[in-house]
Design a binder for this molecule. Structure first.
Ligand code: CA
Length: 229
């Protein structure tokens, strides 16, 4: 199963944390930004499946500003806008700015989860397409991995790690980042868990194949996935 990633941008910590906890219980992976500026940066740099965006935010940019900025950059991640004001004008404003749906505060969590599900169903998921890197192919929908046309069997965790590597190829990824994104809500992660799983993955996708290895250790930083340049 592919884990859906949701970004919550909400300055009220109580609401943000309740959303994170509730969504994680529904098996979503959740990141939280507590102000507009970090919310915008995360929305621009991470491949989320959905963004839950509060309208009123501290910082130099509010929810509408973030929405306009990402749409301008052709980021079409579905956005559920949270707004404290129930004015017709506001709704129109939010939807015009590129929101896919909105929810008026205060709202019940069951209502939010229904909207989240509807939005995730509605949009064609990026996970429907194959990911390829050189002679490596990953099919997120069918949990299939092949290298040089040869099928490779991975566990769910190895698969999630490889998918993250392939989506973020040719850059250095800190161990903490991997821990946060691939293990997200596993409470019992040990400090060496990432190394252990990277080792498993290496034994399956690199070692049996002649030629280029894709997983490289960057001592003191983390890992690099890709052809060494
Ligand atoms: Ca707010």
């Amino acid at each position: 199963m592919v884990i859906m990633r949701i970004l919550v941008v909400e300055d009220e910590h109580k609401i943000a944390n309740a959303l994170k906890q509730g969504l994680e219980q529904h098996s979503y992976a959740v990141d939280v930004a507590y102000d507009g500026d970090s919310g915008l940066t995360m929305a621009q740099t991470e491949p989320y499946d959905l963004i839950i965006l509060d309208r009123m935010l501290p910082g130099s940019i509010d929810g509408i500003g973030i929405l306009q900025a990402i749409r301008k950059e052709n980021i079409h991640t579905p956005v559920l806008l949270l707004t404290a004001k129930d004015k017709v004008l506001d709704r129109a404003h939010g939807l015009n700015a590129g929101a896919d749906d909105y929810l008026v505060k205060p709202f019940a969590f069951v209502e939010l989860i229904a909207r989240v599900r509807a939005l995730l169903r509605r949009t064609p998921q990026t996970t429907n397409t194959f990911l390829t890197y050189e002679d490596l192919m990953l099919d997120p929908e069918n949990m299939l991995v092949e290298r040089k046309g040869q099928r490779i069997d991975l566990t769910a965790k190895e698969f999630a790690l490889l998918e993250y590597f392939m989506r973020h190829n040719e850059r250095i990824l800190a161990k903490d980042l991997l821990m946060q994104h691939v293990w997200n809500y596993d409470a019992d992660i040990l400090p060496n868990t990432v190394e252990v799983y990277v080792g498993y993955l290496r034994n399956k996708i690199d070692k049996p194949f002649k030629g280029q290895h894709f997983i490289h250790t960057k001592r003191g930083f983390g890992y690099y996935f890709g052809v060494q340049k």
